[in-house]
Write a new protein. Sequence first.
Length: 246
Amino acid sequence: MFSKTIVVVSELLCEAVDLRSGHKVLDVASGTGNTAIAAARRWCDVTAVDFVQALLDQARRRAEVEAFDISVVQSDAENLPFKEATFDVVLSTFGSMFAPDQERAAAELLRVCRPGGKVGMANFPPNSFAGEFFRTMARYAPPPRGLKPSVLWGLEDRLHDLFGEKAATVELKRRTFFFRYASPEHWLEVFRTYFGPVRSVFHSLDPARAERLSAELLGVVNHFNRSDDVTVVAPCDYVEVVVLKR
């Protein structure tokens, strides 16, 4: 549900990497297919990868509704089942950034991209709505020891570290989408119901801690809310990344 409200991010990312008809495109951690379908709209040969088969099934059905044919492959971002230099463009929208092994995920994105091809990503930075959201969640479900914060993918220095000398250029552009919901409570209900990581954390908490987490998350959305009525209009910054492979 959440992904379907931010289709604009995928459309902008496809423009940022300058997709051309006939390009072989891989969408990593595709989820329900926003970015894969956006690439298909540009007449690309698209493959979507995710480790959750049910999400890939949704992506295929959504593509079929628009009369597009995309390939789907169940796999994770750290072990892509493709040969080196298979794709012209490799994309990931709020996907690969959540892989536990950041170095391995970045290496895989580059490995399957051809020389002279592009890797395009949409990542959340630390200083954003999403960054504050993840910090709040971590207080109730701390990540495993040694796991690097996913929001590091939104920092220029970290991206240069991850892609290293195999990247000819690494370009970043700060962008913003807006959470638009009927109310702060509506926003929280949608995330608790449909956003897997949030749903899992709430299921793991006793009622008192779940109530405290709800209050803190409502505090986050209220802090960022720019609406002048009862609805939510909250800006969420993200970083659009375009890597040119040597």
